[in-house]
Design a protein around this ligand. Sequence first.
Ligand code: COA
Length: 260
Amino acid sequence: MSIKTATLNGVATIEIARPEKKNALTVAMYQAMADALAAAREDAAVRAVLITGQPGIFTSGNDIEDFMKRGTGGEGAGSDALDSPVFRFMRALLDCDKPVVAAVTGAAIGIGTTMLLHCDFAYVSDEARLAMPFVALGLVPEFGSSLVVPQLMGHRRAAEKLLLGDPFTPEQAVECGIANAVLPAAEVVGHARRVAERFNQLPPGAVREAKRLLRGPQREQMLQVIRTEGEGFTRRLKSPEAMEAFQAFFQKRKPDFSRF
Ligand code: COA
C-alpha cells in the first residue's frame, strides 16, 4: 500500500510511500489518508498526527494520470466530485481536532504544499522545494490556497506562487509562515516526531478545544472557498488547456498553449 500508517508513542504516522512515482497521490491514497485521519481522531491513544513522505520527496501532488481520468469522465469526475476521495481527505484534515505535524522530506508540489496550510506545524527539509503550479497545468488553486496564501504573503507574492507557479525555497516557506523551520534533510522527520510527541505531556481536551478556537473563525469561509475552488478545478480538469498540460507532462515536453 502506498500509504503506510502506524501509531507509536501517542503519534499516528501517515507516511506517503510511492517513491517510484515521486509520491504522486492517487484516488486510493487520498481515501487511505482520509481514513487514517478519521481513525486517529477516534483513537484516544493518539495525541497528534505526523504526515511524512520519503527521503527527497514529500509528494509530487495529485497523480496526473488520475487528473486525466477525472477530466475524461473517469473516477471522481462529475457532479459528485465534491464527495470524491480528494475532498474527503481535505475535509478529514480540516476536521482533525488533534494537532497535525508535517515533515516535508523533499519536494512538495501542488497539494503537497496546500495541505501544509491546514497542518498545525510544518518542518521542511533543506533540500525541499515547494510549488503550486495549478495554473501551468490549466487548473486553478485548490484546498483553500486562494484564500490563505494571499493572507499569508499579500497579493503580489501570492500571484508569483499561484499565477506564475514559481517554486520557493524552504527558507521562503518559513519566512511567509507556511512552515515553522528548515532542518537538515536527515533530521526533519525526527524533529517533527519530537514536536508531535510533546502532545503526550499536554492535556488532550484543552489541546483539542484550543485547536478548534484557532481554526474556528475562518472555518465556514474556508469550507465555502474549498467548495468554490473545487467546482472550478473539476470543470478545468476537462478543459483542453489542462489536457495539453497533462499530455505534455507524460510526453516529457513543454506544453504549448499558443492555440488557446
Ligand atoms: N503524477 C503522476 N506521475 C508522476 C507525478 C505525478 N504528479 N510526478 C512524478 N510522476 C512520475 C513521472 O511520470 C515518472 O514516471 P516514469 O518513471 O514512469 O517516467 C516518475 O514519477 C519520476 O518522475 P520524474 O519527473 O522523472 O522525477 P524528477 O526527479 O525528474 O522530478 C518532480 C520530480 C516532482 C519535480 C516532477 O516529477 C514533477 O514535476 N512532477 C509533477 C508535479 C505536478 O505538476 N504535480 C501536480 C500538481 S497539481
